[in-house]
Design a protein around this ligand. Structure first.
Ligand SMILES: C[S@@+](CC[C@H](N)C(=O)[O-])C[C@H]1O[C@@H](n2cnc3c(N)ncnc32)[C@H](O)[C@@H]1O
Length: 197
């Protein structure tokens, strides 16, 4: 049976509204941490000018393949095996998308993902990051603080990340926060743009 994430069903529509603006045109998009593959199938169907490539750890590949095979869209590829903690092979993409990954992976994973993303994106291209975030050490809602505690109880290396720490990391790869969208249930979409070095 195909894996199913209720959260992806809930957030796909509001995320699509932002992608329509930010990923306009004929772009090759790499998704990191595709999870079930639901987002990929939905966004590739609704934005047919995009070419969407899924990736994740090996453990999620079978589930992603089930979603991709059933949908049968010709503008989706993958899943690639990309672990944020490792160096990725040379890749050519115009944009990167990732949802609900930075609070799941360790800080070493976050650092690796930013480093790898910085390498594959050329100046002017975008990294679209969806999820809950903190600002200057503060959560944006009590429910996010509770979520953060639950994450850390389960895995002390995980946790909701702070935008100011991400800014520092991104700047090392010439990426700046271009836009910050408020999303339902205390989530955000952060658009990082790559600049010339
Ligand atoms: C909460 S799920 C989100 C899945 C999907 N993006 C969504 O929004 O439904 C977190 C995802 O991050 C992936 N992930 C965790 N650590 C990773 C790593 N080191 N490198 C790449 N992906 C990772 C997991 O395999 C999982 O698919």
């Amino acid at each position: 049976m195909k894996p199913f994430a209720e959260s992806s069903e809930q957030n796909k529509e509001p995320i699509l509204d932002i992608l329509k603006i930010e990923f306009e045109g004929r772009l090759r998009v790499l998704e990191v941490g595709s999870g079930t593959g639901q987002h990929a199938v939905y966004f590739a169907e609704k934005l047919p000018r995009l070419h969407w490539t899924c990736s994740d750890l090996e453990e999620n590949h079978a589930g992603i393949r089930m979603w991709l095979n059933e949908a049968g869209h010709d503008n989706i590829a993958g899943p690639l095996l990309l672990d944020a903690r490792e160096d990725w092979p040379p890749l050519a993409f115009d944009a990167v998308f990732s949802a609900n990954t930075f609070h799941i992976m360790s800080w070493a994973g976050v650092q690796g993902m930013v480093r790898n993303t910085g390498k594959i994106l050329s100046p002017g291209s975008k990294f679209c990051l969806y999820g809950p975030f903190m600002y200057d050490g503060k959560h944006t809602a009590e429910s996010n603080a509770h979520f953060d505690s639950c994450l850390k109880n389960h895995d002390p290396l995980s946790g909701v990340r702070d935008v100011s720490e991400l800014r520092t990391l991104m700047q090392q790869q010439n990426m700046e926060l271009a836009r910050d969208y408020e999303m339902p249930v205390n989530n955000r979409i952060l658009i990082w743009e790559k600049h010339d070095g």
